[in-house]
Write a protein that binds this ligand. Structure first.
Ligand SMILES: Cc1cc2nc3c(=O)[nH]c(=O)nc-3n(C[C@H](O)[C@H](O)[C@H](O)COP(=O)(O)O)c2cc1C
Ligand SMILES: Nc1ncnc2c1ncn2[C@@H]1O[C@H](COP(=O)(O)OP(=O)(O)OP(=O)(O)O)[C@@H](O)[C@H]1O
Length: 145
């Protein structure tokens, strides 16, 4: 039986932390499906710079990704019901509550594990592993021009 894994996130301006998360998730199964958050649903931080489609297309280009999907605009469980994953992998710092997601899956009759990926720490002094920090650096370095 094919074991399907779901990862998800905003993925605005890719960096090695994203690649680490997706590789970690891919190791848990045979197919990795990635749900890319809709701009309108990114409410806990600044809105993405890049469009929904561009972010999806870049995630799809990563070798361990089987398919990248645009998220649903209103109900995050719609793609999950379609993909029918065996495991959902949360990012190491994602605000989502694993128990809350487990309960919601249960109430919809979806039998799926929920687990959390590991963090990647910088490997050299200047490595930036956060979209927000990359944007801050751009503003800082180009702001004086
Ligand atoms: C299991 C799961 C499924 C999700 N599905 C969707 C979705 O279909 N559409 C969407 O816009 N966001 C979806 N999200 C929410 C986004 O991933 C959320 O906005 C996320 O927190 C993105 O921010 P981050 O990149 O900081 O993690 C989902 C989240 C989880 C945990
Ligand atoms: N350094 C990292 N190590 C492991 N996973 C990471 C790292 N950076 C991001 N991720 C994971 O990638 C997924 C998508 O992250 P997201 O799009 O929020 O990017 P981000 O760079 O963390 O954003 P920001 O720093 O602007 O909040 C999340 O699950 C997040 O946990």
């Amino acid at each position: 039986m094919t074991r399907r894994v779901i990862a998800q996130g905003t993925f605005d301006i890719l960096h090695p932390g994203h690649v680490h998360y997706l590789r970690d998730a891919a190791e848990l199964g045979d197919e990795l499906h990635v749900i890319v958050a809709r701009r309108e649903n990114v409410t806990h931080k600044a809105k993405p710079i890049l469009s929904d489609r561009q972010r999806r297309d870049m995630v799809a280009a990563i070798d361990v990704v089987t398919e990248a999907h645009l998220g649903h605009t209103e109900d995050i469980f719609v793609p999950i019901e379609r993909i029918r994953p065996d495991v959902i992998v949360l990012g190491h710092d994602q605000h989502h509550d694993a128990d809350g997601i487990r309960a919601a899956l249960d109430s919809r009759g979806i039998d799926c594990e929920v687990t959390r990926a590991s963090a990647r720490e910088p490997r050299y002094e200047d490595e930036l592993l956060s979209t927000g920090r990359i944007i801050d650096r751009i503003l800082d370095r180009r702001g004086d021009d």
